[in-house]
Design a binder for this molecule. Structure first.
Ligand SMILES: [Zn+2]
Ligand SMILES: [Zn+2]
Ligand SMILES: [Zn+2]
Length: 88
């Protein structure tokens, strides 16, 4: 399998700071999440793919913001949904 490359990180001008420390959409629904991810494009915080609602992934699907970062304590990795590229 060829290694995919990602152009998204190169074209991202500023890394948005996380807008909060909760998944707002889950709270509105009365649901819970497993881990939190933050959109590098706009700072929107959503829940991870292990969470029931996968709001970080939905944010990408709805808004086209492919880049996220983990905002779990001690985690600094970033990920591109479009290219499946993990940057550590
Ligand atoms: Zn990419
Ligand atoms: Zn959520
Ligand atoms: Zn976004």
């Amino acid at each position: 399998m060829a290694t995919k490359t990602c152009q998204h990180f190169e074209t991202l001008e500023t890394h948005a700071e996380p807008a909060g420390q909760v998944c707002e959409t889950c709270i509105e629904m009365g649901d819970t999440w497993v881990h939190l991810r933050s959109c590098l494009g706009c700072g929107q915080v959503g829940c991870c793919d292990n969470s029931k609602n996968r709001h970080a992934r939905k944010h990408w699907e709805e808004h086209g913001h492919a880049l996220i970062q983990s905002i779990e304590p001690g985690e600094t990795w970033q990920y591109c949904f479009a290219d499946h590229v993990l940057v550590t």
